[in-house]
Write a protein that binds this ligand. Structure first.
Ligand SMILES: *Cc1c(COP(=O)(O)O)cnc(C)c1O
Length: 400
């Protein structure tokens, strides 16, 4: 809610120029967030890997690269997009989960950093490459953290990572294949607002580090919480920076190790806006519905995670406020918000959904055979189309 932002008039003008619904991203906001991170961790040997599954448009990737960040990928195609956007292989990290070994082999051929998250793939990696290629291990630290269970990944029932209690099995594989373990990784979840979660994670790692003499880095994942509404609790990133520094300074076994983070939401959530147009107003005995020309096919977070997105009427900003429920136009319940106060809404008004940069466009679909929105990047005050809206041919492209 603080820092640089795009104003309602600018967003409305962009929507009129490029049509609706449209995702708009603000480059300078990404830079601001990245600088906050750099500043907060300036006392430590920290390297950032933008978790690009939040928003993978190659224009965003190359902008993030210019800022100086590295990139973390969740699939081999994200790896290829990152390389396409100009990242050098050594600045790319592939944190895999449950993938076929062929993808790991492909990542190795591309020369990128790899985190492996199962004993099975670690064994295959050892058999194929032995000591010849450094590799990271994703551990499951058995820490409950994050906004809710759906976005919590490090607890003792989670599918992610090799459980720390299987350390002996890991060490047996390392010995058998003379594996070159260069990185230890944990990622406990998303929407983490408690700095101590990262300290707990580090404590788990400190016990394990001495078993891996060739280690170059420890990787604490992402998940920094950003504000979605006024007054929201957020992560105190400066406090995380201070606590991480303190923890590493007081543990001699960690001396010389790089500390890696994989921020996704923190980098791009607030830079993004989804602008949609009001199709229909419907007053029922109980509810005043506003239907926009979008739905969970474009922004699934409210329906999927009960996520809160701030919504504003950006074309009637001085009108008195009324209470509305904001819904989409697809044939499935797709409520964006119940009982929100908005400046009086008229058909044809534009509504803006805030915090739409992370997991917005990226999780969109063609459900109901509707088009995915266009994407626009605003940089130095100038809007630039970075993805065209779908057209009808796109719906038939792969039909045989
Ligand atoms: C999704 C993901 C992240 C980023 O999480 P955010 O909550 O967006 O910061 C980081 N690391 C890994 C391995 C992930 O899967």
């Amino acid at each position: 809610m603080s820092g640089v932002s795009l104003q309602p008039q600018e967003l409305a003008a962009i929507a009129r120029e490029f049509g609706t619904p449209v995702y708009v991203y603000h480059a300078e906001k990404i830079a601001e967030q990245y600088n906050k991170l750099k500043h907060a961790f300036s006392g430590s040997n920290v390297h950032f890997f933008y978790a690009c599954k939040a928003l993978t448009n190659p224009h965003i990737l190359s902008y993030v690269r210019e800022l100086g960040s590295n990139v973390d990928c969740s699939s081999i195609n994200e790896v290829k997009l990152a390389l396409h956007a100009g990242f050098e292989p050594e600045r790319v990290l592939y944190t895999s989960n449950g993938i076929a070994f062929e993808e790991i082999a492909e990542a190795k051929e591309l020369g990128v950093n790899i985190n492996i998250d199962s004993l099975s793939n670690l064994e295959k990696f050892g058999a194929a490459y032995g000591h010849s290629y450094p590799v990271g291990i994703r551990l499951r630290p058995n820490i409950m953290a994050g906004g809710n269970l759906k976005i919590s990944t490090g607890h003792d029932k989670s599918k992610f990572g090799v459980p720390v209690e299987q350390l002996e099995d890991i060490l047996a594989l390392v010995k058998k294949y003379d594996l070159f373990i260069s990185n230890l990784h944990i990622h406990t979840g998303s929407d983490i607002k408690d700095a101590d979660v990262f300290v707990k994670g580090i404590e788990v790692l400190f016990d394990i580090i001495p078993h891996f003499p060739e280690l170059r880095s420890v990787d604490l994942g992402g998940g920094f919480k950003v504000p979605y509404k006024e007054g929201d609790a957020v992560i105190d990133i400066a406090l995380v920076g201070a606590k991480v520094k303190e923890a590493f300074d007081s543990h001699p076994q960690a001396k010389g190790l790089q500390i890696w983070f994989e921020p996704g939401k923190f980098m791009v959530s607030e830079c993004g806006y989804l602008v949609a147009e009001v199709n229909v107003l419907k007053q029922t005995p109980s509810t005043h519905f506003v239907s926009v020309n979008s739905g969970f096919n474009h922004l699934i977070r409210p329906m999927f995670y009960d996520a809160y997105h701030r919504i504003e009427n950006i074309t009637n900003t001085d009108a008195p406020k009324h209470t509305y429920s904001i819904v989409g136009n697809i044939c499935e319940t797709d409520t964006f918000a119940w009982d929100r106060e908005l400046n009086e809404v008229r058909e044809g008004d534009l509504l803006c959904f805030y915090n739409a940069g992370a997991y917005g466009f990226e999780m969109s679909s063609n459900f109901n055979s509707r088009y995915k929105p266009a994407e626009v990047l605003v940089k130095d005050g100038k809007p630039m189309l970075i993805r065209k809206r779908d057209v009808f041919e796109d719906l038939l492209r792969n039909i045989v």
